[in-house]
Design a protein around this ligand. Structure first.
Ligand code: MN
Length: 504
């Protein structure tokens, strides 16, 4: 009981009694269901759900989402079924858990397809029709990354790579800066250990040499803002994150003189007009570096980030980046889409529906943002998932197909040879016809023959994708010409037959 209270206290939100009861029920149920199971670290398995829920709770203490996070591994890893969960906790929580389980089947593989990573991200989004599913999955991954040292090294690399390529960008896309930064740095250390060490050394050295200058600048700024009568809450220092420093160094080919924001000073104000007033005062006292003023308040970044950035020469001749934003903008930069939950009117959290609407908007801007023309074409093809289904191989790879695709389309999408040797299929474990249409998230296993399958014109009727249709047509022409060939041979035999008889 004390343990549960500790859990609740670690979430910065005041729950009503009936809400607390739901959370406690989920907490105790998950604890019991996982009883006796251990993590690789030797800890009780339940600790994982508990920690993931604490991570989620810092950002988005929504009751059904918290309960679902506590329970997220129960249907997959215990004898409790999703039906049991539905009966005990209702549709909403069960649906969230089901979404998380589905996402768990999505795996990275070493695909050479250049759209693979992009498609995987899209699949993620399409699969989790409810944005809360992604928030749970990100909390789950965060805890797994924080405890990654307990799994074998090869697996660590796989998980960390996936985190770097899929999970961190999604957190970034949702504007959750906190999560993106932490996921990136945890993965960076494992995927690029050498680069991590050298970047860290560089940053530590810079911080040491700049420490004093920074303190002075911070004091100076505070004093100037105060005497000029600017309303502000705080001037703090923020240190650049390692992975983002590494990426920036890569961009400037290692030239550290191009990096102005090892440490940035952050001024938090109450209102937008105070941000501009502060900027004016700063430029009055410190010479700005030309071309370094960025107004992300007037022109927010695509993920919603707002702030004014400027770089100035300090009294010691060194440059300082200064970021000016309101407290609300600051919250949004750290919490992204989930920030509104805290700032909705009259203390009422934003409804799941509104959050979802915002999410859809994010997705659209993601689509619009693709600059590479190839990528743009590809995203048009995907047509915002509306007409697409995502189907899994038994190993968890995904195939992205147009709606109405059949088993035949799937088999050819996996491998041409698989198409040519297919005789049947299991969909979600049940025997089905190869002509059957597939649905989103079906798991399809193709049953092969040793010999080439006999492909009929019926296949063409059931195939929807260009690629499958072309391959079937190719087969049919080849096959037809084969028949023609045999007919010719037969005719030849017919022709020689009399000769044969003659010989006799
Ligand atoms: Mn988990």
């Amino acid at each position: 009981m004390k343990y549960f209270k500790d859990f609740l206290n670690s979430i910065p939100h005041k729950f009503k009694a009936d809400e607390e009861a739901v959370i406690q029920r989920a907490y105790e149920f998950a604890q019991k269901a996982h009883h006796g199971q251990k993590r690789k670290s030797g800890e009780d398995y339940f600790i994982h759900g508990r920690e993931a829920a604490i991570i989620l709770g810092q950002l988005f203490p929504d009751v059904p989402t918290l309960a679902a996070t506590l329970l997220h591994d129960v249907p997959e890893d215990t004898t409790v079924t999703l039906e049991n969960i539905t009966e005990l906790f209702g549709e909403e929580i069960a649906r969230l858990i089901d979404g998380v389980t589905q996402l768990g089947h999505v795996r990275m593989k070493n695909s050479k397809d250049k759209f693979y990573v992009e498609n995987l991200r899209k699949l993620f989004i399409a699969t989790s029709q409810d944005i809360r599913v992604i928030l749970i999955k990100l909390s789950d991954r965060m805890h797994n990354m924080r405890t990654i040292e307990f799994i074998p090294p090869e697996k660590q690399i796989k998980v960390a790579k996936e985190t770097l390529e899929i999970y961190a960008p999604i957190a970034g896309r949702l504007g959750i800066g906190n999560w993106k930064d932490e996921l990136e740095d945890l993965s960076f250390k494992i995927v690029f250990p050498k680069e991590y060490a050298s970047t860290k050394e560089l940053l530590d050295k810079e911080l040491e040499s700049r420490e004093e200058g920074n303190k002075d600048m911070q004091k100076n700024l505070t004093h100037i803002l105060r005497t000029e009568g600017i309303k502000f809450q705080d001037v703090t220092g923020r240190v650049k994150r390692l992975y983002s420093l590494f990426r920036k160094l890569e961009k400037y080919e290692g030239d550290i003189t191009k990096i102005h924001d090892f440490i940035a000073l952050r001024i938090i104000t109450k209102s937008t007009s105070d941000c501009y007033a502060a900027l004016g005062v700063i430029h009055k006292h410190f010479q700005p570096v030309p071309g370094r003023i960025k107004d992300f308040i007037a022109n927010p970044k695509p993920n919603g980030y707002q702030s004014i950035h400027t770089t100035v020469f300090g009294s010691n001749g060194k440059t300082f980046e200064i970021q000016i934003r309101t407290d609300l903008m600051h919250e949004e930069a750290e919490r992204g889409v989930a920030a509104h939950w805290f700032y909705a009117e009259e203390g009422k959290p934003e409804s799941a529906g509104r959050l979802q609407a915002k999410w859809i908007k994010e997705l659209q801007s993601w689509q619009e943002e693709t600059t590479n023309p190839d990528e743009f074409l590809e995203s048009l093809k995907i047509d915002f998932f509306r007409d697409r289904i995502f189907v899994f191989t038994p190993k968890g790879d995904i195939k992205d197909l147009p709606q109405g695709s059949s088993v035949i389309d799937f088999a050819f999408a996996v491998h041409t040879d698989l198409g040519y040797h297919m005789m049947g299929a299991k969909i979600n474990g049940k025997m089905r016809s190869i002509y059957d249409q597939l649905e989103n998230e079906d798991v399809v296993e193709i049953i092969k023959t040793k010999k080439e399958a006999v492909i009929s014109r019926d296949w063409l009727k059931a195939a929807k994708t260009h690629s499958a249709r072309n391959k079937i047509r190719h087969y049919l022409t080849e096959h037809d010409s084969g028949i023609l060939q045999r007919i010719k041979e037969l005719k030849l035999k017919d022709f020689t037959l009399p000769k044969f008889f003659r010989k006799k």
